[in-house]
Design a protein around this ligand. Structure first.
Ligand SMILES: Cc1cc2nc3c(=O)[nH]c(=O)nc-3n(C[C@H](O)[C@H](O)[C@H](O)COP(=O)(O)OP(=O)(O)OC[C@H]3O[C@@H](n4cnc5c(N)ncnc54)[C@H](O)[C@@H]3O)c2cc1C
Ligand code: SF4
Length: 339
C-alpha cells in the first residue's frame, strides 16, 4: 500500500495553488486513468487534490456567441447524452460513446479525458526503457512491437499515439480549452493543446505546471447535419482505436462549403491537416474528393515494422467516413456505444 495524503479543493485557483505548492501533489477527477497508472506503479502521488467538488466545473451551459461550455468535471456520459450536445454536436456524442465502457464513461470527466496518457505497452511496463516515462532512457517501441503506434508526427524519441476518442471530435469541431493557473485564466485552441513528441515526449500538452482545466468551449457551429465518427479497433468493446476519423461537413447542393477531418490513433495528438480540408471546399462530396483529401492528410506518413497497415487503413477510413457523413444515420460501426 502506498501512503498518501488527500485534500478537497474549494475553488479552481485553490486547487492550482495546492498542486503547485506541495511536493508530489496531483489533481484527481474521475480517477480512471490516474488510479490505473498508480496501480501499475507508474505514478506515486504523495498528495491527492480532489477537484470533484468544484461546482463551477460541473455544468454544461450555453455561451453568448451560440456555443456551448462543457464543464471539466461533467462526466463523459452526461456530456454525450446532454440534449444540447446530442442536438447541436452529435459528432461529439458519437465520439465519446465510441470510447471506453458505460461504467468508465460514468466516472471519466471531460478534463481528465484530455489528459489521459498514452496506451503504449512499453509506457505501461516500468521495466522497459521509455522516454515518455523516464526521459533519456530510450524508446522500446521503435524497434519493438509497434502495431498500435504512430504513422504521423512521430520523432526518434517517441512514436506513441494519444488514445482519446472525445478529443478527435473536439479537434474537428475547433474547441477551445479554458484553464486557470498561477497567472490567471487563459484559453488554448484545441489544435495547440496536445503536442508532438519531438525531443520531449514526456510533455503531452500545453498546460503549465499547476494549471487546471475548467471547461472546454465549443463554437456555435456544430456541423449537426453532416458528420460521422468512425473508430476502427481490434474488438468492439474496451479497445482503443487503431485508426479513428471524425468528419464534419457543410454541404449545399451536393457541394462542400466547409470540411473538417480529424484522425485519432495515428499520432501523438488528434491530427488535422488544413490543406486537406481546404482541398474539399467547392468539390462534390464524393469518394474521389475524399480520396484526394486522404492523400494530402497521409503525405509523409511513415509506418514501422508492425503498423504499416495503418496507412492504408487510415486512407480507407477517411473515404468511408466522408461518405457516411453525408448520411449520418448510416455511421457503422464504431459510433455505436461501446459496451
Ligand atoms: C479500460 C479503459 C478503457 C478506456 N477506453 C477508452 C477509449 O476507448 N477511448 C477514450 O477516449 N478513452 C478511454 N479510456 C480513458 C478514459 O476516457 C479516461 O481515463 C478518462 O477520460 C480520464 O478522466 P478522469 O476524470 O477519470 O481522469 P483522472 O484519471 O482523474 O485524471 C487523469 C489525469 O488528468 C489530470 N486531471 C484530471 N482532471 C483535470 C483538470 N480538470 N485539470 C487538470 N488536470 C486534470 C489528473 O491529475 C491526471 O493526471 C479508457 C479507460 C479505461 C480505464
Ligand atoms: S513510443 Fe513513447 S511511450 Fe512508447 S516506449 Fe517509446 S517513448 Fe515510451
Amino acid at each position: 500500500m502506498n501512503n498518501f495524503n488527500y485534500i478537497r479543493a474549494n475553488s479552481p485557483s485553490e486547487a492550482s495553488d495546492q498542486v503547485l505548492n506541495a511536493d508530489g501533489a496531483m489533481l484527481i477527477a474521475g480517477g480512471t486513468n490516474l488510479v490505473d497508472l498508480w496501480k501499475y506503479n507508474l505514478l506515486h502521488p504523495k498528495l491527492l487534490v480532489d477537484i470533484n467538488h468544484l461546482s463551477e466545473c460541473h455544468s454544461i451551459t450555453e455561451l453568448e456567441d451560440g456555443g456551448l461550455r462543457l464543464g471539466a468535471l461533467v462526466s463523459n456520459a452526461d456530456t454525450a447524452y446532454h440534449p444540447l450536445v446530442e442536438e447541436r454536436y452529435p459528432l461529439l456524442s458519437k465520439a465519446i460513446l465510441a470510447g471506453a465502457s458505460a461504467q468508465i464513461r460514468n466516472m471519466a470527466t471531460n478534463g481528465g479525458n484530455l489528459l489521459q496518457r498514452t496506451r503504449c505497452y512499453y509506457f505501461y511496463d516500468p521495466d522497459a526503457p521509455c522516454n515518455k516515462r523516464n526521459p533519456g532512457s530510450g524508446c522500446s517501441a521503435i524497434e519493438g512491437y509497434n502495431r498500435i503506434h504512430a504513422i504521423l508526427g512521430a520523432s526518434s524519441a517517441c512514436i506513441a499515439v494519444f488514445p482519446s476518442d472525445m478529443c478527435v471530435a473536439l479537434a474537428a469541431l475547433g474547441a477551445v480549452v479554458q484553464v486557470v493557473g498561477k497567472n490567471g485564466e487563459r484559453s488554448i485552441p484545441f489544435t495547440d493543446f496536445h503536442r508532438l513528441p519531438g525531443d520531449t515526449p514526456e510533455v503531452d500538452n500545453a498546460l503549465q505546471p499547476g494549471e487546471l482545466i475548467t471547461s472546454i468551449d465549443l463554437p456555435g457551429h456544430g456541423f449537426a447535419r453532416h458528420y460521422s465518427y468512425l473508430k476502427l479497433r481490434d474488438r468492439h468493446s474496451y479497445a482503443f482505436a487503431l485508426v479513428s476519423v471524425a468528419t464534419a461537413l457543410d454541404i449545399e447542393d451536393g457541394v462542400i462549403r466547409d470540411a473538417r477531418i480529424a484522425l485519432g490513433g495515428v499520432a501523438h495528438k488528434p491530427w488535422r491537416v488544413a490543406d486537406a480540408e481546404a482541398s474539399l471546399v467547392g468539390k462534390e462530396a464524393n469518394e474521389e474528393s475524399f480520396a484526394a483529401a486522404a492523400d494530402i492528410i497521409l503525405q509523409g506518413a511513415q509506418g514501422f515494422q508492425y503498423n504499416q497497415f495503418k496507412i492504408e487503413l487510415a486512407k480507407r477510413a477517411i473515404i468511408r467516413n466522408g461518405m457516411m457523413a453525408l448520411h449520418p444515420e448510416t455511421q457503422l460501426p464504431g459510433a455505436q456505444p461501446s459496451a
